[in-house]
Write a protein that binds this ligand. Sequence first.
Ligand code: PLP
Length: 375
Amino acid sequence: MSGAMKSMIYLDYNATAPIRSAVIDAVAGAMAVCGNPSSVHDTGRKARAMVEQARAQVAALAGSRARDVTFCSGGTEASNTVIRGAGAASLIISAIEHDCVRAAAAVSGLPVFEVPVDGDGIVDMTMLEHHLKDAPKPALVSVMYANNEMGAIQPIADVTALAREHGARVHTDAVQAAGKIVIDRAALGVDYLTLSAHKIGGPQGVGAIISAPTAPLQALIAGGGQELSRRSGTENVAGIVGFGVAALEAMAELGKGAELAAMRDRLESGIKGHTNAAQVVAERVPRLNNTSCIAMPGVKGETQVMHFDLNGICVSSGSACSSGKVKVSHVLDAMGYEAGVADASVRISLGYGTTDSDIDRFISAWKTLYDRTAA
Ligand code: PLP
C-alpha cells in the first residue's frame, strides 16, 4: 500500500483492491520490455511469453484451460462481449446484475427477461424456469456468481443445470467472486465467466473472458485478430502480467477466507450489539467473507460515507461503480427493501490489508454517527 494509504483505513475492496506490491514490480518489469506480442522477433517473443504465462495464471484462478482465456480491458468489456457475442436470441438476467450486464442487455436489441431475487438476494429458480420456457431460443442466462453490493453467492451450478434443460447457455459475472471463493468453470458448468484484475489487487483496465471450449464468442472489437480473433488490439502486456501475478497471489490467499469472515462478523456484531435498528443485508445466505452491507435507518448512505471519510475510513454507499450518481441501489430495491432502508446502507468490504484495529475504528465511527443522529 502506498504511503498516502497508510494513514487511512481502506474498507472498499469491492470497489477496487489496493494494488499488490508484487504486481507493481511485475508491471514495471514488463513495461521495460519493448515488444509487441504479435512480433516474431526476439523482444516480441519475450512479450508473448509474458502474456502466455499470465494467461496460465489467470486460467488457474478460474479453473480453466489457458487457451480459453481472452484478455480484454476489464469486467465491463468482458461482460459486454459475452452478452453481444454468445449468439443468443434472447437474454435472461437476474435483477441484481452489475450495470455492465444490465446496460449491455438493454442496448443489445435482444428481448430481455429479468429474474427476480428473494429477500435474501438469491435468484428465484421458478421464475428462471418460467423465462427459460418463454424466451426465444437459444437464450443466454446471465447470473452473477457473487454480488458486489451485499455479497450473496448464487447457486450457479443449479442455474446452469436448469438452463441446460432448455438449451440455454450461461454466463456468470465472477468479478467479485474471484480471489474470495474457489472458481471452477467446469464444475459450475457455465459457458462464460468474466473477471477483472483490479478487484484482486491487479491493475485497473484489465479483465478476462473465460469461455468453455465449445462456446461461441463473437468479438466485440474487430481488428488485427489478437486473442484468437476474440478480442482485437495489441494486448495490454504490462496490465496482463500484473493480472497474472495478482491471480497467483489471490489463489494462494483463498485459504484465509475464515480470517476475513471473523473480522467481518466481529464488525457486524459490534454494530448490532449497539443497536437493533441496524440491518445486515443478505445475512442469512452464503455470502462473500469480506462483504458487509449495513443499513443505518434514518441516515442517508451518502452522509455515512462522508462521515467515515472525515474519520479516515473509505467505504461505499450502494455500488461504487455508480458512486456520484445518487440513486437507490437496484440490488436492494430488487430484494424488496424500502427506499428509506436501501438509501441508508453502506457497503464495507475487507481484504488482505485489513486489520483488527481497522474493524475497531470502523465500529467506533459507526457508533459515533448513530448516537449523534439517533439522539
Ligand atoms: N461486475 C461486477 C460484479 C463488479 O463489481 C464490477 C466493478 O465494480 C464490474 C463487473 C466491472 O468491472 P471493471 O471495473 O473491471 O469494468
